[in-house]
Design a binder for this molecule. Structure first.
Ligand code: HEC
Ligand code: HEC
Length: 461
């Protein structure tokens, strides 16, 4: 076995290799995969070995995106960029998911309603942040769980579980053509901090538990604009505007996210499709390392996410979700399931374009991608020594003293993991193979104008 891998899982791997030699057809999941074992000391592995290993373990190119009818994409694009969905008409979906910044905002934590400026320069006069980092929306069509805690979840074909419970009616469920991603637009619009605002508009006056009234209010706004009526008619030719609900608006945004967020032209995808030259030798070595290490037990499958939840010892910063005695903690998946075993678990991040989507982690507490990868090495020590001075100044004082609690729940796969700088180099080379060059500049998504006539956010660079 190559010594470089031995630090990750030394005793177990040794056992697994012994077990494997008896049962070649049933390798232990802990065993370093064949290509890793067969690597020559110089580290040269053949492309076909790595590809065969990846495909045999369920890795695959990003599946084709569902075809979305152009009129629906057009409507969804307009809605995603139109500040009319913000209570005070000053914040759009793309205020926090900017095409200039790989569909995130390049901030640790987003700044919502009442903020000024765009992207990393956006600030709030009261210093208010959203509790979590704004993730991108690449290739989410087949993701079952959306949001860091998976609270929007496709539980069966045609049924999405959401925090709104039965306020999402069966008719609304039927509107969600693309699963969870079609439902997601229902929620930022109801959140006061993200879009609705505390006061100053008719939506802010609605009680927090009356989502249907907020959704009706939004449809009323849209219905007052003839161009939107026309666009809805083109997107939904079988129904009149009066028959539509905000679920149909959200579904259109979902259709746009599915179409615009499709990103599959990475070196890794080209490699998996059969191009031996798609990866540099460093990336090939990196891919082999990623497959050999436990990274690939969680970051697995076509999207490099198991669509499941784990505690990987990420420090907690920011205002939090109102959990814990401080009320500034974020219990992650436990907020959805109520199960204490899910405390501090967050959804495994899909990794396409990860180079471009920083800061990283559910609360953006890593401003440096290499630091995130390195933190898997002795993550207990790293978490206990987390240095908040790397963060935006206004967040430095918000580090929660919960490291010991987070470590109690840390995924057992991380125990005893030590990565040498050389291994981190390789993993970074693999991360660079996950970038679709087209995602470096997505500003072509930005419409010149939106039907409300409000200024299009964000402003072009
Ligand atoms: C104020 C900033 C802000 C605005 C405005 C905003 N978002 Fe988000 N978005 C976020 C944050 C923060 C998260 C992560 C929230 C969480 O996981 O709890 C998120 C999560 C998401 C996700 C989940 C991605 C994933 O990988 O699970 C999608 C999709 C999304 N937003 C789409 C939208 C749409 C559509 C709108 C407009 C209707 C919108 N967002 C408005 C900040 C924002
Ligand atoms: C036990 C499952 C698990 C293992 C093993 C694992 N990850 Fe992760 N990874 C996650 C989860 C869960 C998150 C999100 C955690 C959070 O933000 O709290 C994540 C986040 C990340 C991120 C940040 C992504 C973003 O968009 O913010 C990177 C990069 C990453 N992992 C790379 C790796 C690498 C490289 C390895 C191997 C050294 C690895 N992971 C091993 C589950 C895992």
């Amino acid at each position: 076995m190559d010594r470089r891998y031995s630090t990750w899982c030394a005793p177990l791997c040794a056992l697994a290799i012994i077990a494997c030699s008896d049962q070649p057809d049933a390798p232990s999941p802990m065993a370093p995969p064949a290509a890793a074992r067969d690597a020559s000391p110089s580290g040269s592995i053949s492309a076909s070995q790595v590809r065969a290993l990846a495909l045999s373990r369920g890795f695959a190119p990003v599946p084709d995106a569902p075809k979305v009818r152009p009129a629906l994409v057009k409507l969804g694009q307009a809605l995603a960029f139109d500040p009319i969905l913000g209570g005070n008409r000053n914040v759009a979906c793309t205020t926090c998911h900017l095409p200039d910044f790989a569909l995130g905002d390049a901030k640790e934590l987003s700044v919502g309603e009442g903020g000024n400026g765009f992207g990393p320069a956006r600030t709030h006069p009261q210093g208010t942040f959203i509790a979590r980092n704004a993730p991108p929306f690449f290739n989410l069509a087949t993701m079952r769980h959306l949001f860091w805690d998976g609270r929007v979840e496709l539980t069966a074909p045609g049924h999405v579980n959401t925090p709104a419970g039965n306020q999402i009616t069966p008719a609304m469920q039927r509107s969600f053509e693309y699963g969870a991603i079609s439902a997601i637009g229902m929620f930022p619009v109801t959140s006061r901090a993200e879009m609705r605002g505390l006061s100053g508009n008719e939506l802010a006056a609605i009680p927090d538990d009356d989502n249907p009234a907020i959704w009706r209010g939004l449809m009323q706004r849209l219905g007052e604009i003839p161009e939107y009526r026309r666009m809805f008619r083109q997107a939904y030719p079988d129904r009149s505007f009066e028959e539509l609900t905000f679920a149909d608006a959200s579904n259109a945004i979902g259709g746009f996210l599915v179409a615009a967020g499709y990103s599959a032209n990475t070196p890794w995808d080209r490699f998996l499709r059969g191009n031996d030259r798609a990866l540099t030798s460093a990336q090939l070595d990196g891919a082999n390392t990623f497959l050999a290490l436990k990274c690939s037990s969680c970051h697995s499958g076509a999207l490099l996410s198991d669509d499941d939840f784990h505690d990987v010892a990420v420090a907690q910063i920011g205002p939090g979700e109102g959990d814990g005695t401080s009320l500034h903690d974020d219990f992650g998946r436990m907020r959805v399931t109520g199960n204490p075993a899910d405390r501090y678990r967050f959804r495994t991040s899909p990794l396409r374009n990860v180079e471009l989507t920083g800061p990283w982690g559910h609360d953006g507490s890593f401003r440096d991608l290499r630091a995130f990868v390195e933190h898997y090495s002795e993550s207990d020590t790293k978490l206990l020594a987390f240095d908040p001075t790397t963060l935006d100044q206004s967040l430095q004082g918000t580090l929660q003293a919960t490291a010991p609690d987070i470590l109690l729940q840390r995924d057992p796969l991380l125990a005893g993991v030590v990565l040498t700088p050389d291994v981190v180099d390789k993993l970074m080379a693999y991360m660079s193979a996950l970038t679709d060059d087209a995602a470096r500049d997505l500003t072509h998504m930005i419409p010149l104008r939106v039907p409300s006539g409000l200024p299009v956010l964000p402003a072009r660079k």
